[in-house]
Design a protein around this ligand. Structure first.
Ligand code: PGA
Length: 247
């Protein structure tokens, strides 16, 4: 049986940044240093760097955890360019972002997402399953619910939610990297919808989160955020984490 995590979760998705090992080491060290003065009793902090930087990032982290931005749907073998769960476990990775819109954009289906979720949990890696790909600013709440329900039903088929820790990140495609986040009330309504049929999961929000809006997403049923651009600026990122230490 899983240990239910009531903690909030703030995840840095560095995407294909920074450009060098030196910068990755510096950024991870700065993030870690700031964690010393942050109350971490209510929040877990995860950094998902490009995998080539995992060794230096893992080395720099003590209070923060390491995660990956993607994982292979296969265990091992002739899969050019893929990285397996077993390989990333060499760096004691605890989390894997799965089904991010920027991966789905390149053809990753819900079925592939499902294989990745299965492989992750089988290896003790907590999936951060992203849903929201395909949505438009004009999508009605009804459409949003329909799209998300399908992504969750297929993406989590065969997964016993009583057994594994799992985080769902609601990231409507149209808010990623735009500087314009979703309306917190909308995000909240979607989270409530997800929790209405899977109360066992942790739900977080992602898309254009920064220090000026993070607190609008904190304090409700939203248990954290997935942060892209703002996670590359240390001060910004620390402020975002702080917003999730208060409840
Ligand atoms: P953003 O990215 O914060 O830069 O919008 C979020 C994400 O893609 O996970």
């Amino acid at each position: 049986m899983k240990n239910i995590s009531n903690k909030n979760l703030v995840v840095a998705n560095w995407k294909m940044n920074p450009n060098s090992l030196v910068e990755a080491r510096r950024l991870a060290s700065q993030v870690e240093h700031g964690l010393l003065s942050i109350d971490r009793t209510k929040v877990d902090i995860v950094i998902c760097p490009p995998v080539v930087f995992l060794p230096v990032v893992k080395h720099a982290l003590h209070f923060g955890q390491a995660g990956v931005q993607n994982i292979s749907a296969e265990e091992k073998g002739a899969f050019t360019g893929q990285i397996s769960a077993t390989q990333v476990l060499e760096f004691r990775v605890k989390y894997a972002i799965i089904g991010h819109s920027e991966c789905r954009l390149f053809g990753e289906s819900d079925q592939v997402v499902n294989k990745k979720v299965k492989i992750s949990v089988a290896h003790g890696i907590e999936p951060i399953l992203c849903v929201g790909y395909g949505l438009k600013p004009s999508s009605s709440l009804l459409t949003v619910k329909k799209v998300i329900k399908k992504q969750l039903q297929v993406g989590l088929a065969g997964i016993d939610l009583r057994k594994y820790l799992l985080t769902i990140a609601y990231e409507p495609l149209w808010v990623i990297g735009t500087g314009k986040p979703a309306d917190p009330a909308h995000a909240q309504a979607v989270m409530d919808f997800i929790l209405s049929f899977m109360p066992q999961v942790r739900v977080i929000y992602g898309g254009s989160v920064d220090s000026s809006n993070a607190s609008e997403f904190a304090g409700s049923r939203i248990q954290g955020v997935l942060v892209g651009g703002a996670s590359l600026k240390t001060t910004e990122f620390h402020k975002i984490i702080s917003a999730f230490t208060k409840f």
